[in-house]
Write a protein that binds this ligand. Structure first.
Ligand SMILES: [Zn+2]
Length: 330
């Protein structure tokens, strides 16, 4: 599940008049757009095969009954949910719902939800929420991950965070939206750190060890940390270190003026987006920084100048989207 779905009632999927259906060996896609149904069906099979190989090192056999994917195209923040049941080591009763823009459906919601099904087929038992969601988010587009990194930076190391001993054993989602978002953010934060250390397949083995002999010994065996607290602290230090590295490497200056409406709009969106990546947007009033503005030949507002290690690497005139600006720092 992606947490944003909780904001939107599932009733949205009612009323199936005029829907197209597309069948593949393991999925049945139900969508109002017939062409998109085909694309999603083919992509779901692709992700199922590719993610099995990447995470398990092997393919999983076809399911006895296919998993329905109910698709809703929307322009708002996307989401998804997949439900299934376990009984004596078997998985059944698949049902997947995804919504979002066609682009995000294909590059984020679908791989996220498909990885849940791959894990269910492999583990045949419910996984701790942090790890299931953390791993699924790892397969999403950078823009989605950045939303969670922003929340993680806000809460980790503060009283708002879920203590590690509680986080690791949570089998259910917190009862309120804020809590759910924090669970996703911390789950992703820790998962990403571990997966970046030893790869996807080691993470799967680590979850198996934890199930058999507890978290501390799993952290010890797979990552060399004595305890879960030590692992969590290492993840925290690593994220601080990365943030500092990127801050000292890049400087981003925005030239603005009191009557520049687009500057205000840009600033509202760009400042938090950059901050989530550990970057600082420096706001410079044109008139108050006239010498630098002349030196940099600023002729319109806003203008952005990006420096890397003190050297100017880009000058961007006019309003910028967060996505296009952030791509420069990947
Ligand atoms: Zn999920």
């Amino acid at each position: 599940m992606k947490y944003l779905i909780l904001l939107l009632p599932l009733i949205l999927f009612e009323g199936d008049a005029g829907t197209a259906e597309y069948r593949t060996p393991n999925f049945i896609v139900i969508c109002h757009d017939a062409a998109l149904a085909v694309e999603i069906g083919e992509a779901a099979e692709y992700y199922r095969a590719q993610l099995s190989e990447a995470w398990l090192g092997e393919s999983i056999p076809n399911w006895y009954s296919p998993c329905p994917i109910r698709v809703r195209i929307s322009n708002d923040a996307g989401g998804g949910a997949t439900t299934f049941s376990f009984d004596r080591g078997e998985v059944f009763g698949w049902d997947m719902q995804i919504q979002g823009t066609p682009e995000r459906l294909l590059d984020s919601m679908l791989p996220h939800e498909v990885l849940h099904t791959v894990f269910a087929s492999h583990f045949r038992r419910p996984l701790p929420r942090w790890a299931d969601e953390g791993a699924a988010t790892y397969e999403e587009h950078e823009s989605e991950k950045n939303n969670l990194r922003l929340i993680a930076r806000r809460v980790v190391g503060t009283e708002q965070q879920i203590p590690i001993r509680k986080l690791l054993v949570m089998q259910d989602y917190p009862g309120n939206m804020g809590g759910v978002a924090v669970l996703y953010a911390q789950g992703f934060y820790l998962s990403e750190f571990l997966i970046n250390q030893q790869g996807r397949q080691e993470f799967v083995k680590f979850l198996q060890t934890a199930h058999q002999s507890g978290w501390d010994s799993a952290f010890q065996k797979h990552y060399g940390f004595k305890t879960q607290e030590e692992a969590y602290t290492a993840a925290y230090r690593d994220s601080l270190h990365q943030a500092q590295e990127v801050v000292s490497r890049y400087q981003i200056k925005m030239f603005t003026g009191p009557n520049c409406q687009r500057c205000q709009e840009d600033r509202k969106i760009l400042q938090p987006a950059l901050k989530a990546k550990g970057l600082i947007l420096e706001i410079l009033d044109y008139d108050q920084n006239i010498d630098l503005a002349r030196k940099e030949n600023i002729v319109g507002l806003p203008t952005y100048i990006i420096y890397e290690n003190g050297k100017r690497i880009a000058k961007l005139r006019g309003s910028q989207s967060a996505a296009s600006l952030l791509r420069r720092f990947d």
